[in-house]
Design a protein around this ligand. Structure first.
Ligand code: ADE
Length: 239
């Protein structure tokens, strides 16, 4: 899968994409990254990419032309930019479902905004999907783009190696994850729950499901509406 990242700061991505599983995935060719800098599509001496907003107000707006030329050059060189996402707080919320969708694509282009955003005409000229990673404002779209890249790449078949899957385990499908423990058995006086040492896989699965339900009810009651729940789950939630 090919990611083309449109950014004024390609160096921002160096260490994040250059370590751990992500480095392995790009070394093996499972995912690849190309960077396009809109500054390279400017004609003035200062390589200007932004200007003051019409109508006044704070901040600067990224001009349409350098971006349009950048997208045009991607179309010309690779043939297909694939889906074009624009990271912006005004966008549609990024979700695991969207990561799953993107992982099916051969190529995805991600535009990282800076300043107050882009000249709105860009969205009329190209088929661009604004995407947000949450209800807060970052300095620019680079951090957000990294989240999209990582969540998507780990769902590309082969990324996690052998039998591991990037998807949640079935006990917590659609729910937040149940708690995990490892050695030692007792830490600072706190013992690992007995059931996890029982070797009884059915009871362990039931315990994990119950924990996932309780954690989700506590931290994210909103996602319980969407989760597939059995009548037994509903009983647990009533307790
Ligand atoms: N750029 C700035 N803030 C952002 C956010 N929350 N999501 C996506 N892109 C952004």
């Amino acid at each position: 899968m090919q990611f083309t990242i449109v950014t004024l700061f390609p160096e921002f991505f160096d260490s994040a994409l250059g370590c751990g599983l992500m480095a392995k995935a790009s070394e093996s060719g499972l995912v690849s990254f190309a960077f396009k800098n809109p500054r390279e599509h400017t004609t003035d001496r200062h390589h200007t990419v932004d200007d003051r907003p019409y109508g006044g107000g704070p901040g600067m707006v990224m001009m349409a032309d350098p971006l349009a030329k950048t997208l045009g050059s991607i179309q010309a060189s690779s043939g297909k930019p694939g889906r074009i996402l624009m990271m912006a707080p005004k966008g549609r919320p990024f979700t695991q479902a969207m990561a799953r969708e993107l992982a099916q694509e051969e190529s995805v282009t991600i535009i990282c905004g800076r300043y107050e955003g882009f000249d709105a005409r860009l969205e009329e000229l190209f088929s661009i999907e604004p995407v947000s990673i949450g209800d807060y404002v970052l300095n620019g779209g680079e951090t957000a783009a990294l989240s999209v890249i990582e969540a998507t790449s780990r769902l590309v078949p082969g990324y996690m190696g052998h039998e591991d899957s990037g998807e949640e385990e079935s006990f917590s499908a659609g729910l937040l994850e149940y708690p995990h423990y490892t050695r030692p058995d007792v830490y600072e006086g706190l013992a690992v729950p007995d059931v996890l040492k029982s070797g009884d896989h059915k009871r362990i699965a039931e315990w994990r499901r119950e924990q996932a339900l309780k954690i989700t009810l506590h931290s994210r009651p909103d996602i319980l509406q969407e989760a597939p729940l059995s009548s037994n789950d509903l009983e647990i939630l009533k307790k």
